[in-house]
Each structure stands twice: as C-alpha cells, then as structure tokens.
Design a protein around this ligand. Structure first.
Ligand SMILES: Nc1ncnc2c1ncn2[C@@H]1O[C@H](COP(=O)(O)OP(=O)(O)O)[C@@H](O)[C@H]1O
Ligand SMILES: [Mg+2]
Length: 315
C-alpha cells in the first residue's frame, strides 16, 4: 500500500478534505491519512510514500522529520531542503533572470545587531547606507518586508524617508526587502500545483481577509491570463515548488510578481471560497496520487544521494 500522509497544524478544512478527496477516488493501492510520528529513528524506512507538508515552517522538528523521510524513501511536497534555503530576495532575483516582471528591489542589512553580535561583527557593512541612491532607484512609495516572512507580518508601506526610517527602526534584526510599490489596477493570486497546473484567482489585498478573493470576477477573460499562467509555471519550475501561490500586481498592463514564496499556501475553505477550494482539492489529489504511484526515487535531486549505498560516489 502506498500511503499519502498529511502533516498540518491549526488548519481545519483543507487537510481532512484532501484526505477524503484522495480516498474517495478509490485508487487501488493508495490511501491517504493524517501523519503520525513520535521521536523518530534515523535507520528505518518511511511508512509513507508521499508526505504533504503544511506546517514544517512553524515546527522545526517536522522539518527534520521530513528530511529524514526523504532519505528513507518518501516524496515530500514541498521539498524541505529547498524551502529551508529559500528567501524572498533570492526569489525576486531569480524572477528577474527568468524574464518575469518583478518590482525594483533592494535588500537592507539588519537594523539591529543579531543577538550575540557586536559592532565588530559588522565590519563588512557600509555605514551609513547610501540612502539617496536607494531612493533614486526605487522611488516612493515603497514596501518593506522581511526576506524570511509571511502572513503580512512586518510588512510596511512607506511614502517618504521619515516613514521609511521609522519603520526600519522597528524591524530589529530581521533582514528587510525594500521594494518599489506597484500601484496596481488588478491583483491576482494563483495556485500553481505540480509546476504545471495553474488556477488564477482575482484577489484584492485592500479588502478585509475574508473578502479578498473576488469571486465575481473571471480572470480567464483577462488579456494577461496567458502570461500570468506561464510566469507562474516558470517561477515554480525554477524554484521547484509543487504547491505554491504566486501573486501578481498589474500596473500599466504588466503583471509584476509580488510574492511567490508560499509553499503552504492558504487553502482554507472559508477564505478562498467553495469553487477555489474544490479546485485545489482536485489538483492536489491528482498530483498526490500520481506522485505516490510513481517509482521515481525521491532522493535523486540531492547531492548526498550520490554517496548512498549503490551510488557512484562512495567506493
Ligand atoms: N512591491 C509591492 N507592490 C505592491 N504591493 C505590495 C508589494 N509588496 C507587497 N505588497 C502588498 O503587501 C502584501 C504582503 O506582502 P507579501 O510580499 O505578500 O508578504 P507576505 O509573505 O507577508 O504575505 C501583498 O499581498 C501585497 O498586497
Ligand atoms: Mg503574501
């Protein structure tokens, strides 16, 4: 039996519904369930063929569990090694290289010294920063947000240098991305599943959370629809995310990619709405079953895999 396991936290709607959706397909030899682990051993095969991870960004123990599970034969969505390494500034840089429109972006050093460091630890940093150059490049208004972050925490929109300095002073030892604000006429949030299956949703971040998904609009009618789909796939392929959301803000007919580091994207029935929820359940059920049935070795992508018994690296 090839088991698919869901690893999740406070979510109530998506994980149990996905388990039901997979099991209701009645595929021979495949079953989905909630993952269960205690302290885990490093020398045993994974009981699961595929694990869908919704929570390891908040629980480091689970991140360690997932890496070990890959070594022992499990596929994991999303790749926990890459998720640990990724950050927003690298995402924007990759996007630019891929030819996707991204806002002009600069990374700022931490405002405060990280705990345990002193001014000597900062010898390689220019001080003060050349703010004039940064302001000329980006222009106001700007967004400032953590390079490792999510859920709109510590996201600031600033309109002049005074607001910027005040916000920056509140960011402590976070690494902050500073970015031109895309003053948009439309905004889209896209599920991108299996690096190929894209569902574009009209989304307006100016509304309260529960009204952001604009269910009355049909994004497939937008002249930008094709570009949004292909940009989403290009980003998720390059970043190797099998479950992600990609957000675009449209200015002057150009979709700028704003946030595409969402490897456990919002999939709550109450926020995305029934039709979007049904789409994500089907797309994830299709992908999970395909991945669980595949005989592909999960470690193939990793440098260390070459050194495992039977590999070419160790003599
Ligand atoms: N450069 C930008 N231009 C316009 N809006 C932005 C920009 N950056 C962020 N935002 C707004 O702020 C929100 C939160 O930023 P985001 O990068 O998605 O951070 P988080 O990972 O915390 O969700 C976005 O959904 C968008 O509405
Ligand atoms: Mg976001």
């Amino acid at each position: 039996m090839r088991k698919i396991a869901l690893l999740y936290g406070m979510e109530n709607t998506f994980p149990p519904a996905l388990i039901d959706r997979i099991n209701s397909r009645g595929v021979d030899g495949v079953v989905a369930e909630s993952l269960l682990t205690g302290g885990f051993r490093i020398d045993q095969p994974s009981p699961y063929r595929l694990i869908i991870d919704r929570i390891s960004h908040d629980i480091p123990f689970y991140r360690a569990y997932l890496k070990n599970a890959i070594l022992h034969g499990a596929h994991v969505i999303n790749n926990p090694f890459w998720w640990s390494a990724d950050d927003k500034i690298f995402n924007y840089a990759i996007g630019l290289k891929l030819g996707v429109a991204v806002p002009r972006t600069v990374m700022l050093p931490h405002h405060a010294h990280p705990p345990g460091t002193t001014p000597e630890s900062m010898r390689n940093l220019q001080f003060p920063l050349n703010w004039e150059e940064i302001f000329d490049y980006l222009g106001f208004p700007m967004f400032m947000k953590p390079h490792l972050g999510g859920g709109w925490r510590n996201v600031f929109k600033v309109h002049n240098p005074e607001e910027l300095y005040a916000a920056y002073a509140r960011t402590g030892d976070l690494g902050m991305v500073l970015q031109e604000s895309i003053e948009f006429t439309e905004y889209y949030r896209c599920y991108c599943i299996g690096r190929r299956n894209v569902h574009v949703m009209a989304y307006d971040p100016r509304y309260p959370h529960h009204e952001r998904y604009r269910l009355d609009q049909d994004p497939t009618q937008s002249p930008l629809y094709g570009r949004i789909v292909s940009d989403s796939i290009a980003l998720c392929e390059a970043l190797s995310y099998d479950m992600n959301t990609v957000e675009f803000a449209v200015r002057d007919g150009v979709p700028y990619a704003i946030d595409y580091l969402n490897p456990a994207p919002d999939a709550d029935r109450n926020s995305v709405g029934e039709a979007n929820f049904d789409w994500i359940l089907n797309a994830m059920a299709d992908l999970a079953i395909e991945r669980a049935l595949s005989d592909e070795v999960p470690q193939a992508d990793y440098h260390w895999a070459r050194f495992l018994a039977g590999g070419e690296g160790r003599s």
